[in-house]
Ligand binder design. Structure first.
Ligand SMILES: [Fe+2]
Ligand SMILES: [Fe+2]
Length: 148
């Protein structure tokens, strides 16, 4: 069924672009952490990348079920972080931005009465919150080590 409102489809495509960019960021940072000798951070970021792939898949499915076309987007370049602290900090900032973007999209989907989209986006939002919390916890551990 074609969505009555192209705003939702456009928003879903913007979120899809963010998710595809996030996969690139997480896999790059996972490999950088491994290279710096932080295997557990590598494993956690690789797992996050797999979560983000699931998000991209859910968004594509939702766009197609609305009769839209998932875009082939211009991805946001990744790699601002160089040290482990910068990597996790950049990841935290990006996850916080993702949470804001999902909240805006959920608000707009509610406004046009698209309950199915609200449900899909709310599930994805919950994982983004977990990613943000994980990043914050890692940063507070780094901070504690610094002040020992
Ligand atoms: Fe995501
Ligand atoms: Fe995320």
């Amino acid at each position: 069924m074609k969505s009555k409102d192209s705003t939702v489809e456009n928003l879903l495509n913007e979120l899809l672009t963010d998710e595809l960019s996030t996969i690139g960021r997480c896999t790059l940072y996972a490999h950088m952490c491994e290279n710096l000798g932080y295997q557990e951070l590598h494993d956690a970021l690789e797992k996050q990348a797999i979560d983000e792939m699931g998000h991209a898949e859910a968004l594509r499915k939702r766009i197609m079920s609305l009769g839209g076309n998932p875009t082939v987007p211009n991805l946001t370049p990744a790699g601002a972080g160089k040290t482990v602290e910068e990597i996790i900090s950049d990841n935290r900032n990006a996850e916080s931005a993702s949470i804001r973007a999902y909240n805006v999209a959920i608000f707009l989907a509610k406004q046009v009465g698209d309950k199915d989209t609200v449900k899909v986006l709310t599930d994805l939002l919950n994982t983004e919150k977990e990613h943000e919390t994980w990043s914050k916890n890692q940063l507070s551990q780094v901070d504690k080590k610094k002040h020992k």
